[in-house]
Design a protein around this ligand. Structure first.
Ligand SMILES: Nc1nc2c(ncn2[C@@H]2O[C@H](COP(=O)(O)OP(=O)(O)OP(=O)(O)O)[C@@H](O)[C@H]2O)c(=O)[nH]1
Ligand SMILES: [Mg+2]
Length: 399
């Protein structure tokens, strides 16, 4: 009996111990893992200490997040990002004295007009034939009929009074008379002064290929050289290349170009350019327009519209007519028609470097009653000069 009781007790104890083991192991499996310590985002990432090989769960989690979510550390290295090269902004030449510096460019006009006249006037006998030759020289240089007759009349009178003539006297005399024809009283400054919160507004017009875009670009350089901020308006929307051409000029001196879609309305581009000029507080807005034949009424009407639309913002300060000096008398006809459609306030004579017809300065001023303000003396970026009558006449007749 005692043996039976002992056996039952042993069996109960063994069974109890076994069941305790099973429950304990089950409980262990159900327990949640200990919560990770709250990460300290201000602390620098812990460097593993020497000998710390084993990874803690936190280390493992961090590595997983970095691998999946964060960009690779090397992606932020400067070598990985390819920056476009910064544009090189040119510093244009100062404008003062440019005509004097570029005087040799007038060599063709100088030989034909200045030197030709001085040689003729130095003849011992100034007979009728010589005076006729003097007249022809002036006409060939495109001075125009009326101004030529005036000049010859005055020269004849003064030479008669003078009697004998030294070369210096002749030179002085011719200089004075040519200066009278060219005129020294006009205000030849291009009006670009900003006025009570509005930039100076300049529009550039003319027939095809006279040099409008080039002149607009060169003028932007002149203004930037004088410390002014410039916005360019590419109102030649006929060809995308025209806007590109202007933009390239602008980029060289850091001036922004406002442009529209190819074939778009030029008036709205001009309007937007003035609007932007006002908004950013630019000093000057220069508007380049498409070349148009003065004989095409539709195109001339369009030009009138561009002007009217711009004037909804503010009046234009300058309308510059660009004339190619090599086209001679045809330039005068163009000038007349353009002046009717948009009030021309100044003339730019381009390509004076490639012609013997420097006399066109006189003729065109007479035709329009508007002064030549700028002259183009080459294709180079700084080959646009403010027109100075004295420097021009001196260049024509040489020192
Ligand atoms: N030699 C010389 N060439 C000039 C001068 N001004 C402009 N040119 C050249 O004349 C050509 C025409 O110039 P642009 O400025 O494109 O003429 P544009 O009036 O804008 O022409 P369109 O927009 O097509 O009507 C270019 O090759 C210029 O380099 C100048 O004063 N002297
Ligand atoms: Mg152009």
């Amino acid at each position: 009996m005692e043996i039976v009781i002992l056996a039952v007790v042993i069996a109960v104890v063994v069974l109890g111990a076994l069941s305790g083991l099973v429950i304990g192991s089950r409980r262990k499996k159900q327990l949640p893992p200990p919560p990770p310590a709250a990460p300290d985002i201000t602390a620098p990432p812990a460097e593993p200490h020497v000998g710390e090989e084993a990874e803690t769960p936190r280390d493992e989690a961090r590595r997983t997040i970095e691998e999946v979510d964060l960009p690779d550390a090397t992606a932020t290295a400067p070598v990985a990002v390819e920056e476009p090269p910064a544009p090189v902004i040119e510093i244009p030449e100062p404008t003062a004295g440019r005509l004097v510096r570029l005087r040799t460019r007038l060599s063709r006009s100088q030989n034909a007009l200045g030197k030709g006249l001085l040689t003729l006037l130095s003849r011992e006998h100034l007979d009728e034939d010589t005076w006729e030759e003097i007249e022809d020289t002036l006409l060939t240089a495109d001075v125009g009929v009326q101004p030529t007759q005036e000049l010859v009349e005055r020269l004849r009178e003064r030479v008669k009074v003078l009697g004998t003539r030294t070369p210096e006297e002749l030179r002085g005399l011719l200089r004075e008379e040519l200066l009278t024809l060219v005129g020294t009283d006009s205000d030849r400054a291009v009006r670009t002064e900003p006025d009570t919160g509005k930039p100076g507004i300049v529009m550039v017009v003319g027939v095809n290929g006279t040099g409008k875009t080039t002149t607009t670009g060169k003028l932007a350089r002149v203004l930037v050289a004088d410390g002014r901020s410039v916005v360019l308006g590419a109102a030649d929307t006929f060809r995308a290349a025209a806007a590109d051409q202007l933009q390239t000029w602008g980029e060289r001196v850091g001036a922004h170009t406002v442009r529209g879609p190819e074939g778009g309305d030029p008036a709205s581009v001009a309007f937007d350019a003035v609007k932007e000029g006002k908004e950013i507080g630019a000093d000057v807005v220069l508007i380049d327009t498409a070349g148009r034949l003065h004989t095409k009424t539709g195109l001339m009407d369009e030009l009138g519209k561009v002007k009217r639309v711009v004037e909804k913002h503010a009046p234009l300060d300058e309308v510059l007519l660009v004339l190619d000096a090599t086209t001679g008398q045809n330039g005068l006809i163009q000038a007349r028609v353009f002046a009717e459609v948009v009030d021309i306030t100044g003339i730019v004579l381009t390509k004076l470097d490639g012609t013997a017809k420097g006399g066109i300065v006189v003729a065109v001023q007479r035709e329009l009653g508007v002064p030549v303000k700028l002259v183009g003396l080459g294709e180079g970026a700084d080959d646009l000069a403010p027109f100075e009558p004295e420097a021009f006449v001196d260049a024509l007749i040489g020192d």
